[in-house]
Design a binder for this molecule. Sequence first.
Ligand code: ADP
Length: 398
Amino acid sequence: MKILVINCGSSSLKYQLIDMTKEEVLAKGLAERIGIDGSRVEHKPSGKEEVVIEKPMKDHKVALEIVINALVNPEHGVVESMEEINAVGHRVVHGGEKFAESVIIDDEVMKAIEECADLAPLHNPPNMMGIQACKELMPNVPMVAVFDTAFHQTMPKSSYIYALPYELYEKYGIRKYGFHGTSHKYVSNRAAEILGKNIEDLNIITCHLGNGASLAAVKGGKSVDTSMGFTPLEGLAMGTRSGDIDPAIVPFLMEKEDMTLDEVNNLLNKKSGVLGISGVSSDFRDIEGAAENGNERAQLALDKFASRVKKYIGAYAALMGRVDAIVFTAGLGENSAEMREKICEGLEFMGIELNKDKNKVRGKEAIVNTESSKVKILVVPTNEELMIARDTKELVVK
Ligand code: ADP
């Protein structure tokens, strides 16, 4: 069975074609600058040379057509015809309270995804464009939607309700939803497998630390709390997002700096986080480099980032009553030994002991705690595409 995994942004379309018999990636790639000048597809077939296709793409449908042509091309293709693609799995950012798991896409589901667009105006509409394009180009191929929010739908109400007038939750659905769910689910399950334990018996804290970053408290395989909220802005300090701040800062800024709502929104989402503190970059590699060269604000940004992660680890340990494992994933979590060390430093009293030698690992699965550490510490590269393909297969084969 071959599954095409699609992840659409407003001007991009990421894809992977996965052969599910061996869970092997046959090809992957990215169409970018859709709808603007300079559209291109970077197509990477496994075992063959990478190609770049530069062609105007007015919308996601044209982009998908080019992707499908690349997949079946005699030279750089990986399948003989489109008929070999048995199903398509779509990443959908927001499933609101409607979707606690992945679903086969039908008209009703499409309508529900559209209804969730209010909650994720930047993400759900492009996700829908990908779904529409597939529906038009491959009308007989079953499609599945895998939601970023679904894994967190198991949170108890005490975790997801905000201390706001309750009617706002009822009227607008203002509550914590959480994101990166596919990643938190994948790495927590993978950690249990690596440890040879049943996930039902484990309390795990998963740390997805990339440009966007979030933690989840995963008790017995179920998310019971997560750091992102109503939107991805809550929680950790991120590449450019502020994460938790005193909400009173918003009206203060609007008054003192004469800012509009849009401007404040932009400041909190695009100009804050480690970029805002350091003034150097949103990329942790640049910030780590600057800090090594003595840049104090870069160092402060790293200190702030680590301290926020540490605080969430403490909070989630308290919430779950016990921690069996901490898992690091995503760009920074998988690759930065320095950041993992900084986060774990001083947590020995909680039974969290990092083995500095083992922690030198980058981008590979590894157990990096000491022999005596009560809490296991793991590095697990995330694989959201595989998780989407697995869910798709399960639903389509049923
Ligand atoms: P996203 O998918 O949210 O864009 P990623 O998971 O790809 O994010 O993570 C990107 C971040 O990971 C970058 O900001 C980069 O700073 C960080 N990163 C990647 N490799 C390294 C590394 N070797 N050392 C430190 N940070 C790294």
